[in-house]
Design a protein. Structure first.
Length: 344
């Protein structure tokens, strides 16, 4: 197996250099554990009856001694692997040694940490249960997914504010492009809880989304169907700079869909596309799902897959972060059914 060297790039204000054709990274699977939803196309349209219900969907013997974030992530990961053709009755069917797990969550273990702090304050450390201590690890969710499916590649958790989800997708793409992994499971998860609600003043998503990323050559070699291509990425101080970096001179054409988030002072309304993504229809997932935090960028990529699966035209631009945040990230995704082109 040939492994290429690490590709160059930047995450501040311009896209990384486009990978060579052999390094093109595509999405082959999507899984959701989002209240009320079942399939990715429901992110962009009406939900069907009988969607995911955390009250019943997070039970079972396999969920014992796991924190809520890990349980949500596990519920999203299996359908994503199955969607990619990497899961069957005998479990995971890929190369565990070459499969990475990247999790994005800004508040995933907050409730667990606060609960253990309360126990220590009341009973000292003698009141702690060793079975629950792993729930206070920042990487507990990524570890739980890796152990469940035997995924022994790089294992990373990102907690990076509003851009965290898109950052995780970009990091996964980099791991594959650099030959550190052949496949990556990218999970965005934000569990609800009293501590999170008290901190933010409102509940978060209480759900998870998972993507399976692979190199195009690897996916096609095993007969998988590439769904979306991960294109240019940028992280900048403002949205206009980040968007310009991934769309300027883009051979894929103007985006047909712009997945963004409303401004804090704009009643949740997405920003105007004028001067940023002219011609693209803005769509704010948080307007219908609530605060998604670290899961937002991964959910946006899942919605992009639904956009392409539905035969809609145009690339998809995803942006996370808004005025007043420490940074804004932008990621361009294109229809993987099109042959590779320069896309920023």
């Amino acid at each position: 197996m040939r492994r290429d060297g690490h590709g160059g790039g930047t995450v501040t204000g311009r896209t990384d250099e486009r990978p060579r054709a052999a390094r093109e990274v595509v999405v082959t699977g999507v899984g959701l554990a989002v209240p009320g939803l079942t399939l990715p196309d429901e992110l962009l349209g009406a939900a069907r009856e009988g969607g995911f219900d955390p009250r019943t969907g997070l039970t079972g013997r396999e969920m014992r001694h796991k924190d809520r974030g890990s349980r949500l992530a596990l519920r999203a990961t299996e359908p994503a692997l199955r969607d990619a053709g990497l899961y069957g009755e005998d479990g995971f069917r890929g190369d565990g040694d070459a499969t990475a797990v990247l999790v994005s969550s800004n508040f995933g273990i907050l409730d667990s940490v606060c609960a253990f702090t309360d126990i220590i304050a009341r009973d000292t450390v003698t009141g702690l249960s060793p079975l629950g201590l792993p729930q206070t690890s920042s990487n507990v969710t990524a570890g739980a997914v890796a152990m469940r499916h035997g995924l022994r590649g790089p294992n990373i958790t990102l907690c990076n504010g509003p851009t965290s989800g898109l950052d995780a997708v970009y990091w996964a793409r980099g791991a594959i492009a650099a030959g550190r992994a052949e496949t990556a499971v990218v999970i965005g998860v934000e569990p609800a809880g009293d501590a999170v609600t008290k901190l933010l003043g409102a509940p978060v998503l209480d759900g998870a989304v998972a993507l399976v990323l692979e190199s195009r050559t690897g996916a096609e070699a095993r007969g998988a169907r590439p769904r979306a291509t991960i294109g240019g990425y940028a992280r900048a101080a403002d949205r206009a700079t980040a968007v310009a970096a991934v769309t300027s001179g883009c051979a894929a054409g103007s985006p047909g869909l712009w997945l963004t988030e409303g401004e804090a002072d704009g009643a949740g309304a997405p920003p105007s596309a004028e001067g940023l993504a002219s011609g693209a229809k803005p769509f704010d997932l948080q307007a219908r799902l609530g605060l998604c935090a670290g899961a937002l960028g991964v959910l946006q990529c899942a919605a992009a897959v639904a956009h392409f699966d539905g035969g809609r035209d145009g690339a998809v631009l995803a942006t996370a972060g808004r005025t007043g945040d420490d940074a804004v990230a932008a990621l361009l995704l294109t229809d993987a059914r099109d042959r590779p082109r320069s896309h920023g």
